[in-house]
Design a protein around this ligand. Structure first.
Ligand SMILES: C[S@@+](CC[C@H](N)C(=O)[O-])C[C@H]1O[C@@H](n2cnc3c(N)ncnc32)[C@H](O)[C@@H]1O
Length: 282
């Protein structure tokens, strides 16, 4: 990569986005987001290239580890809110990641055992862990789809085998949208998913911020984009809020992940450079 023009802060590397549907076999020589994320969470499903990219980001933005942990806690609070307060029983979790603690079906089924959960990811390592995600309660269902967020119609077609799209569905896009560059029409993809679910459905979304600790974040993005398979596109609060256009944001709106309805388990002093929010479809 040396000699390449530096991308702008948090910006895309022109032409570096991997085409939708062009999934490859396991490549351990280049960092992949699922495995770098696993490294930051203290997991074991990562390789030297993932750890090198993870360390490079950590040097630029030391808050990354607390951020991804705060994001996992956000995910658990959101699923609990959706199952316990919003009465949601169907979840479409796109960009699942390598299983960690408090996976969506575990939280949802601890509240409502009949919850139905479809996981979607395009990473072969996540696919290899699918069995761990398919441990449903007897009353509920979990399923796994190996697919790309940039092909929503394929996801919706396959998810319809498990989810009833005449009933409310929570579309979960947690810590994935910063991996969808502008050229891949991120707003259009979210709109396509939300058009397929009925009123009373929800969108839960979080993504890395470009306007929290701006300079450090920008350097972190430059480093990651030099070393990784996917290109990161960090976004401002306004850009993240735009994903919820046409939906009704639940309180407190789009906030830093640790500020979204903090619970008794939220560790004081926790901070995150990730915007997150939840909204219902009117
Ligand atoms: C940062 S991890 C987030 C994992 C989990 N949602 C969480 O918040 O803890 C991002 C995940 O999105 C997946 N991902 C990235 N781009 C994707 C795409 N275009 N389609 C499907 N999955 C994608 C990666 O493989 C990775 O597992």
């Amino acid at each position: 990569m040396s000699g390449e023009k530096e991308p702008a802060a948090g910006a895309e590397r022109p032409g570096a986005s991997v085409p939708a549907g062009a999934r490859s076999a396991l490549d351990t020589t280049v960092a992949h987001s699922a495995r770098v994320h696993d490294y930051w969470l203290g997991g074991k499903d990562n390789f030297a290239a993932d750890r090198a990219a993870g360390d490079a980001v950590m040097e630029a933005y030391p808050g990354i580890v607390t951020s991804v942990r705060a994001n996992r806690a956000f995910l658990a609070r959101v699923v609990r809110f959706l199952a316990a307060e919003a009465g949601i029983r169907q979840f479409l979790d796109i960009g699942t990641g390598i299983p960690a603690s408090n996976n969506t079906h575990e939280v949802a089924q601890s509240v409502a055992p009949d919850s139905r959960v479809v996981y979607v990811d395009y990473d072969p390592v996540v696919l290899s862990h699918a069995r761990a995600l398919l441990t449903s309660s007897p009353e509920g269902v979990t399923n796994y789809i190996d697919a790309d967020l940039r092909e929503p119609s394929r996801i919706l077609h396959k998810a319809a085998r498990t989810l009833d799209f005449s009933q409310p569905v929570a579309v979960m896009l947690i810590a994935i949208m910063h991996l969808i560059v502008d050229a891949d029409d991120p707003y259009g993809k979210v709109a396509e998913l939300m058009a397929a679910v009925p009123p009373g459905s929800y969108l839960a979304l979080s993504q890395v911020a470009s306007d929290i600790e701006t300079e450090r974040m920008a350097e972190a993005a430059r480093r990651y984009n030099r070393l990784a398979h996917e290109t990161q596109r960090h976004r401002t609060h306004e850009e993240v809020t735009r994903f919820f256009d046409g939906l009704d944001l639940v309180q407190p709106g789009v906030v830093a992940a640790h500020e979204w309805r903090p619970g008794p388990q939220t560790v004081p002093g926790t901070r995150s450079g990730i915007w997150g929010g939840v909204a219902s479809k009117p």
